[in-house]
Write a protein that binds this ligand. Structure first.
Ligand SMILES: [Zn+2]
Length: 467
């Protein structure tokens, strides 16, 4: 386990060199700038004391007389932020990839991602085992919130999905998710009918479950928000809701005159800012989050132009050979795509970037999610969340808004305590080497990561090398 190699203990000479007393704290971080995501302010020159997995106390470093800690870290010119949340990841690929999926847990921690929202897969029992092992300290990894298997229709696209096709099967699927005690329900759109999709959301909401999903092209955003959905993954569907002809396009898909992909040209041509505003107001009124997943959208749209074969995550085998193999499907379809399709995807990519800025300006809640996991080519677990944060800023969010879309909104969506750097709160923390409010790319400059009472130094690359 890499943590054993990496925990490097700085001797606590700063304040306690002549003292034989037992240390009062496990870790002290001195003279650090705390990034307060609630107020958007930097609180300079603080000393933060951590015991086990909890922040014990915080005092101004200049008021400090003496403190004993097993490990003291000099935080001068560095910044302390709540651990990052990646609000859309996957653990999947079948039993033969369980070990490689487990290995991804290290990549999240190495990149300061201390919590992930697993948006469905076929490894639920492994995921639930890791949850237990991580909580008990037997394993290193992020806190995982999971949907368990996805819900879809008959002969669903993803293995392991729960197939719903009538009221009985909807009830059965939701019963089984409740028995698994999942954190939310994830709906997918490969074969589910619009009617069963809406019924599943309504039924899940009645049971008090949190819902998120793709949307079948056969339903409108209005129907979906009315059914009670809590988050919409990706932007295809939200963009369709901005069309002057959303209902006509939806009916054309229902009548099989248009497919999902062929409908998108029409969707783009009929985009209307005034319709968009009505949709944004509807999303805000219904408290629906949107998960733009801009970075993966961009990466997949430009597979024809970029050669990823020298990416360090591949050449250093941070991504195992089995998962690398799952990248082939999307690579092949990109290589075989017709020029018109490639052009359409690139246009869609730029519309998604603009749409994200508009959603944010309107006040729609956004979640930062990478969609990393097997099958999603070149979206590397952990690091891709930082690239999503950058993509969100490039789309018009302030760095503060992007950071909030990670940990703060992630927790709010799942109805968990909002992460904050305060005494008594969980010490899921990351020290970074630059001010993230000035430049979002500073989130990539990881110095220390604190998770479940353990601390990991130093830079993410150093962590990765020993995997
Ligand atoms: Zn996904």
């Amino acid at each position: 386990m890499f943590k054993k190699l990496l925990l490097f203990f700085l001797t606590a000479t700063i304040l306690s060199s002549c003292n034989k007393r037992e240390p009062d704290y496990d870790v002290a971080v001195h003279n650090i700038n705390i990034v307060d995501l609630k107020t958007g302010k930097i609180i300079p020159r603080q000393s933060v004391f951590i015991n086990a997995d909890t922040i014990h106390s915080i005092v101004s470093t200049k008021d400090l007389l003496i403190s004993l800690a097993r490990k003291s870290i000099n935080g001068t010119d560095k910044y302390l932020v709540p651990g990052f949340w990646d609000n859309h990841v996957h653990f999947r690929g079948g039993d033969s990839l369980i070990a490689e999926n487990e290995h991804l847990l290290d990549l999240y921690i190495a990149n300061g991602v201390t919590t992930v929202r697993d948006a469905g897969g076929d490894l639920t029992s492994s995921v639930q085992q890791w949850q237990k092992e991580i909580a008990s300290g037997e394993n290193v990894g992020p806190t995982i919130y999971t949907s368990g298997p996805k819900i879809d229709g008959r002969r669903a696209r993803w293995p392991g999905s729960l197939e719903v096709f009538n009221d009985k099967s909807i009830n059965k699927a939701l019963d089984s998710l409740q028995a698994l005690n999942v954190d939310f329900v994830k709906l997918y759109d490969s074969t589910i009918s619009g009617e069963n999709y809406l019924k599943t959301i309504e039924n899940a909401e009645k049971r008090g479950m949190i819902t998120s999903g793709h949307m079948p092209s056969t339903v409108t955003v209005e129907e979906t928000t009315q059914a009670g959905i809590d988050a919409i993954e990706h932007l295809y569907y939200v963009l369709k809701g901005c069309s002057l002809e959303e209902v006509e396009i939806t009916n054309a898909v229902k009548d099989r005159k248009l497919s999902f992909w062929s409908s998108l040209d029409k969707v783009m041509q009929t985009y209307s800012d005034s319709i968009a505003q009505i949709e944004f107001d509807r999303l805000i009124a219904a408290d629906v989050y949107v998960v733009p997943t801009l970075y993966i959208g961009h990466t997949l749209s430009f597979l024809d132009e970029y050669d990823h074969s020298y990416d360090g995550y591949l050449t250093n085998n941070y991504i195992g050979p089995g998962i690398q193999k799952t990248y082939d499907g999307r690579i092949k379809s990109a290589l075989n795509a017709k020029p018109e399709f490639i052009k359409m995807r690139k246009k869609l990519d730029s519309m998604f970037i603009q749409l994200t800025g508009k959603l944010n300006t309107a006040g729609v809640g956004l979640l930062a999610g990478s969609d990393s996991g097997a099958y999603n080519s070149y979206i590397y677990p952990g690091f891709s969340l930082h690239l999503e944060l950058k993509a969100l800023v490039d789309a018009g969010l302030s760095p503060l808004e992007a950071l909030r879309a990670s940990s703060q909104n992630g927790a709010r969506f799942l109805k968990k305590e909002i992460p904050a750097i305060k005494a008594g709160r969980k010490a899921d923390l990351v020290i970074i080497e630059g001010n993230p409010l000035e430049d979002i790319e500073n989130t990539q400059r990881i110095y220390w990561v604190f998770k479940n009472g353990e601390s990991f130094s130093q830079k993410s690359q150093a962590l990765l090398k020993s995997n």
